[in-house]
Design a protein around this ligand. Structure first.
Ligand SMILES: *Cc1c(COP(=O)(O)O)cnc(C)c1O
Length: 436
C-alpha cells in the first residue's frame, strides 16, 4: 500500500483499479485534494474581504466545477462558451466573471446581454469591447470591471506571461485615459479593476503587481470597490519546485490594502483567480507502457506509453516538467520522484514518449524541446506510467484528436474513496460525426 506522494489520497493500487475499470489512458482526479486546495486559497489573509474565482480554463469538467463552486469559489471564464458551460453545471451568472479576448457578435452578443442582465460580470479587456458594451451597460445600470494591461508581467515561460508588451491582454496603461474619458462621457462605472500578469508568476513579481495595481486604482478608478490580482499563483509540480506562499502573499496584500485605506479612506475587497494552484496537483494521467526501444550506445533508452502529447501537451508547449510514477501491473509503486530512496540507487535513465508521429511527443523535454532522460526504475511492458501534475491545462488544453486518437475519459476519486466516471471516452464515431 503506497500513496503516490505526500499530497495524494490516491494509492498505487487505486491506479491499477482505475486502469482495469476504465482503460488507459485515463485522467484521475483526487476530490479531497481539490477541496483542500480550495480551503487553502479561501484562507488567504485579507483586509476587507476576499473573493476567490477558479479560472475554469484550467479544467472545465462539469463535476470539477461543481466541487469547486460548492467549496465557495466563484468562476473566472475565458470565453462565452465557458460561461455557458459553468452555467450548465448549475453555477449562477452572478458567480461568474467573463474575461475574454472575444468580441461577441450576433447571437453571442444577445446571449452576453442576457447573461449580464442575469448577473454575469463583464471584465472589459479592450477599448473595442468597452465601446461596444457601453450603451447597454449604461442603459441597464450595470457596472463593469476593467482589465488593465500593466506593461509588466511574469510567467513560467514567455508564452505564459500576460503582462509584458508582447502580450495583449487587457487595456494598456497608455490607453487607460481613453477608456476613462469614454466611461465619464457615458456615465459608466468601473467597480472592479483587474490585472493578471501571467501563469506561474514569480512571487516577487506578484507582490510588485499588488503595489502597481493599487496605484492604478488610486490614480484612475475612484468607483472601484474590488481589486482583482488575477491568478498565476505558482504551484510546484516537481519535488524541486516551490509553490507560492499563500499566507505570505495574502499578508502582503492585506498590508497594502490597509495602507490604501489610510490614504484614500476606501476599503477595497480583494479578489484572486487561481486555476493551476487549485487543480494542477490533483490530477494524474494514467497510461500503460506498450513498448521499449533504444537508439544505440550513444543514444537513449525509450519507453513508449499509450498516451503522450495528446493527453499532456505541456512538455511540448512549454518544456514543463511533470513528476513520473511507475506502477507495476500488480499495482506496486516501482518508482516515484517524491520517494527518492530506491530511485537514487538506480542508474537507469529513460525518455518517456507517447505514440504520436511527432518527435516532440515526449514527456521528457526541456525548455528548448531537447529530450532529457529521467532517472527511474526500469518498468516492464504492461506496467503503468502515471504523469503527475496533470489536473490543470491537460484535459482542457490538449490536441486530443491528433493522430485520430480519441479524447480520454476522466475519473474522480471521490471524497469517500470511490471511483466515479465523470467523462466518458470519446469514440471514433464522435470524431467523424461532423464530417460530410
Ligand atoms: C489563465 C488565467 C488565470 C489563471 O491562471 P493560473 O496560472 O492557472 O492560475 C486567471 N485569470 C485570468 C484572466 C486568466 O486568463
Amino acid at each position: 500500500m503506497s500513496f503516490l506522494n505526500h499530497f495524494s489520497n490516491i494509492q498505487s493500487t487505486t491506479i491499477k483499479t482505475v486502469a482495469e475499470e476504465f482503460g488507459t489512458p485515463v485522467y484521475v482526479y483526487d476530490e479531497n485534494a481539490i477541496r483542500e486546495k480550495c480551503q487553502k486559497v479561501l484562507s488567504m489573509p485579507n483586509a476587507y474581504g476576499l473573493s476567490v474565482r477558479y479560472a475554469m480554463k484550467a479544467n472545465s469538467n462539469r463535476t470539477i466545477l461543481q466541487i469547486i463552486h460548492q467549496c465557495g469559489l466563484r468562476i473566472d471564464a475565458s470565453s462565452l462558451n465557458e460561461v455557458r458551460r459553468a452555467h450548465l453545471a448549475g453555477i449562477p451568472y452572478q458567480d461568474i466573471i467573463l474575461t475574454t479576448q472575444e468580441v461577441p457578435e450576433g447571437q453571442d452578443r444577445l446571449d452576453l446581454e442576457q447573461m449580464m442582465l442575469n448577473g454575469l460580470k463583464y471584465n472589459v479587456c479592450s477599448l473595442r469591447q468597452l465601446y461596444l458594451i457601453g450603451d447597454f451597460a449604461k442603459s441597464n445600470d450595470i457596472p463593469l470591471s476593467i482589465r488593465v494591461h500593466p506593461g509588466v508581467g511574469s510567467g513560467e515561460s514567455a508564452s505564459r506571461n500576460t503582462g509584458d508588451n508582447y502580450s495583449c491582454f487587457g487595456i494598456h496603461l497608455s490607453d487607460i485615459g481613453q477608456a476613462i474619458a469614454y466611461a465619464n462621457e457615458k456615465g459608466l462605472k468601473f467597480t472592479q479593476v483587474h490585472v493578471h500578469i501571467g501563469s506561474g508568476a514569480d512571487p516577487e513579481m506578484w507582490r510588485q503587481n499588488i503595489d502597481r495595481e493599487l496605484k492604478i486604482v488610486e490614480d484612475y478608478f475612484p468607483d472601484a470597490v474590488t481589486v482583482s490580482f488575477g491568478g498565476g499563483l505558482k504551484e510546484a509540480r516537481m519535488p524541486y519546485e516551490k509553490s507560492a506562499d499563500i499566507e505570505q502573499l495574502g499578508n502582503y496584500a492585506k498590508t497594502q490594502i490597509e495602507l490604501f485605506h489610510k490614504r484614500n479612506n476606501r476599503k477595497l475587497k480583494m479578489e484572486i483567480e487561481p486555476g493551476t494552484y487549485i487543480v494542477a496537483n490533483c490530477g494524474y494521467a494514467v497510461t500503460k507502457i506498450i513498448d521499449k526501444k533504444r537508439t544505440g550506445e550513444d543514444g537513449f533508452h525509450f519507453i513508449i506509453a499509450n498516451g503522450g502529447m495528446e493527453i499532456n501537451a505541456r512538455p511540448i508547449m512549454y518544456g514543463s516538467q511533470h513528476p513520473f510514477y511507475m506502477i507495476s501491473a500488480k499495482g506496486e509503486l516501482i518508482s516515484s520522484e517524491f520517494q527518492v530512496g530506491e530511485l537514487a540507487k538506480s542508474d537507469y535513465e529513460a525518455v518517456v514518449v507517447g505514440r504520436c508521429c511527432e518527435s516532440g511527443d515526449s514527456q521528457s523535454l526541456d525548455a528548448n524541446d531537447v529530450s532529457v532522460p529521467r532517472k527511474m526504475i526500469e518498468p516492464d511492458i504492461g506496467d503503468y506510467f502515471v504523469i503527475g501534475g496533470t489536473g490543470a491545462y491537460c484535459s482542457s488544453m490538449t490536441p486530443f484528436n491528433y493522430n485520430s486518437h480519441t479524447q480520454i475519459p476522466e475519473v474522480l476519486f471521490t471524497a469517500d474513496n470511490k471511483l466515479k466516471l465523470i467523462r466518458k471516452r470519446q469514440t471514433l464515431e464522435q470524431i467523424l460525426e461532423n464530417e460530410l
